[in-house]
Design a protein around this ligand. Structure first.
Ligand SMILES: [Zn+2]
Length: 110
């Protein structure tokens, strides 16, 4: 429910204390920080903001803490690419690129 999400907080900082880390989510405080400097453009920043927000949603759902970080990132990646994976509005080229990316990403998983 929307009102349950009000305890999630997202802040933006101009520099990162973690080298090129683009964002971080702290489950203990339900707070995320987006570090602006490593991003290339506004769309990139929005993608990271969504990424960290999904971490908080997964944290709410995974109350037993069964999902490790790799699985969370796999879920987040699939959600972020879902529009391209299932939409009829996606061009053949975009669909091909999505499949290629998914195959490449799957090979990096251990
Ligand atoms: Zn993450």
């Amino acid at each position: 429910m929307l009102w349950d999400r009000l305890d999630f907080r997202q802040d933006f900082k101009t520099s990162s204390i973690y080298d090129n880390n683009r964002g971080i989510y702290y489950p203990e405080t339900k707070r995320s920080i987006i570090f602006l400097a490593p991003h290339e453009n506004v769309e990139d920043i929005i993608s990271t903001a969504v990424h960290e927000t999904i971490h908080s949603v997964i944290d709410d759902i995974d109350t037993d803490g069964e999902l490790d970080e790799d699985i969370e990132h796999d879920i987040i990646r699939k959600i972020q690419w879902a529009n391209y994976s299932i939409s009829d509005d996606v061009s053949d080229e975009e669909a091909k690129l999505t499949r290629k990316f998914n195959r490449a990403f799957s090979k990096t998983q251990v």
